[in-house]
Design a protein around this ligand. Structure first.
Ligand code: ARG
Length: 462
């Protein structure tokens, strides 16, 4: 089969090298975008008087027919072609002859591939964003259901202070909202028309690129044809957004793996989303969450891979850029699969309120005891020392604050009164928090309301 560039050579290309350089295996995913771009290009050429009506009309009809054919028969997009652009052109020429041969006038695959990937990401990013919003919704529902349940929070993975279970769930919704915004930014980067850049220097035909941009739904045209032919910043921005989201899913997965395990058991995983062991009958394993954690490396690898591929490129298109697509597609698939499974796991979690509450008590209240003394005028550093000594004694004796007699409290400091006893609960501890980002029930309630408002506006966007 002839290549798009066979006129330049008098021997057939090396089959293995051709296969090595071919991208049709994966860039067939851009078929719809390639045809969309070609339809618009043909119309723009016709408007510029470069294509006659007699050529433009059959091109239009044939491209539209190809779109229909591919929709009803996915096997249609197949063949020995080098890439999706060659495929579309081959079929067009087979069907139309010379009219088909005129479509590529003033256009290069260098800008075409950039256009296709921009169009692809522009339509696919909202789908990812929708899946992120669905997970935020599931986390918000869990937060609402948790009501006043408490659990320990951790620093250095040592028990730190009591928090509302709702606060924990919302702590994982917050980074996902940042991810959503990162995808919006990545989509904005895609939002520039590269057509008119030609192979690198621009095109010699008076195509109205501003109008072409509007027709393809772009808000602007790229600034510089040389930059445009090797710019893949928009793909890197997408991979960065995927990677950050995977990092956040991985950390949520890690929390749930540990906190649903026997050692803590604040959460119970849904049976349908757990796996058993082929040998140990008692096991209930969190495989889906482990896979999400494991797959995070793929997304990160794709980001690093693309950045590495572009860092040393001389200006202008280089074939290295073909590496962008497998990275983008695999990161997208990995993220979509991970979002779906995490949504199911989180949606099916049950909270073991008893276990979580009892782990949130005891020595975790030490900061509250120090705050009690501060309220009675003791400088915080001094209060920390007094409570630290008390904790040392309690740890040595295997006890906690609840077991202290009034005499023992008084021995630690004269300033302790009878009310200290009622203050020693996780519920009082969380309610004592005073800032809007804290775990205070009123603050968490307000954040939850705000998350729901955000979800309303996000659902209108995608
Ligand atoms: N398959 C190529 C890619 O993905 C399309 C652009 C080819 N351009 C070229 N000058 N060889 O980057």
């Amino acid at each position: 089969m002839a290549t798009l560039w066979s006129g330049r050579f008098d021997i057939a290309p090396d089959a293995e090298a051709l296969e090595f350089g071919a991208s049709f295996r994966f860039d067939r995913r851009l078929f719809e975008d390639d045809v969309t771009g070609s339809l618009a290009w043909a119309r723009a050429l016709a408007a510029a008087g470069v294509l006659s009506k007699e050529d433009a009309q059959p091109i239009d009809l044939a491209l539209s027919a190809m779109l229909e054919e591919a929709r009803s028969n996915p096997d249609f997009v197949d063949g020995p072609d080098e890439d999706v652009h060659s495929f579309v052109e081959r079929v067009l020429v087979e069907r139309l002859g010379d009219a088909g041969r005129r479509l590529h006038t003033g256009r290069s695959r260098n800008e075409q591939v950039s256009l296709d990937l921009r169009l692809y990401l522009r339509r696919r990013i909202p789908i990812v964003q929708h899946a992120i919003a669905v997970l935020v919704d599931v986390l918000a529902n869990q937060a609402a259901d948790a009501a006043d349940a408490v659990m320990p929070s951790f620093t250095h993975f040592r028990p730190a202070q009591p928090v509302l279970v709702a606060h924990f769930f919302l702590s994982h919704a917050t980074p996902l909202r940042r991810d959503y915004a990162r995808f919006t930014a990545a989509r904005d980067e895609c939002d520039a028309l590269p057509l008119g850049s030609g192979a690198i220097a621009g095109t010699a035909y008076r195509v109205d690129v501003t109008r072409l941009a509007q027709e393809l739904g772009f808000s602007r045209v790229v600034d510089n044809s040389m930059d445009a032919s090797s710019d893949r910043d928009f793909a890197a921005a997408f991979l960065y957004a995927c990677t950050m989201t995977m990092v956040h899913l991985s950390r949520l997965a890690e929390d749930l793996i540990i906190l649903s395990g026997d050692a803590y058991h604040f959460f119970e995983l849904p049976d349908a989303l757990s796996t058993g062991s082929s040998m140990m009958p008692q096991k209930k394993n969190p495989d889906p969450l482990e896979l999400v954690r494991g797959k995070t490396g793929r997304a990160l690898g794709h980001l690093v891979g693309l950045l590495t591929a572009i860092k040393g490129l001389p200006t202008g298109y280089n074939k290295d850029l073909q590496e962008d697509k497998e990275a983008v597609f695999d990161a997208e698939d990995t993220l979509n699969g991970s979002l779906a499974v995490v949504r199911s796991v989180v949606g099916g979690l049950t909270v073991d309120r008893q276990r979580a509450a009892s782990a949130a008590s005891g020595l975790l209240l030490a900061t509250d005891v120090a705050d009690y003394l501060v309220a009675r005028g003791v400088p915080f550093r001094r209060a920390h020392e007094i409570v630290g000594a008390l904790v040392r004694q309690l740890v040595a004796e295997g006890r906690d604050f609840a077991s202290l007699s009034m005499g023992e409290w008084r021995a630690a400091s004269e300033l302790f009164d009878g009310d200290i006893v009622n203050r020693m609960t996780p519920g009082v501890s969380v309610t004592a928090k005073a800032t809007p980002q804290s775990t205070a029930p009123a603050a968490v309630e307000a954040r939850l309301t705000e998350v729901r408002q955000w979800l309303d506006s996000a659902s209108k966007l995608c």
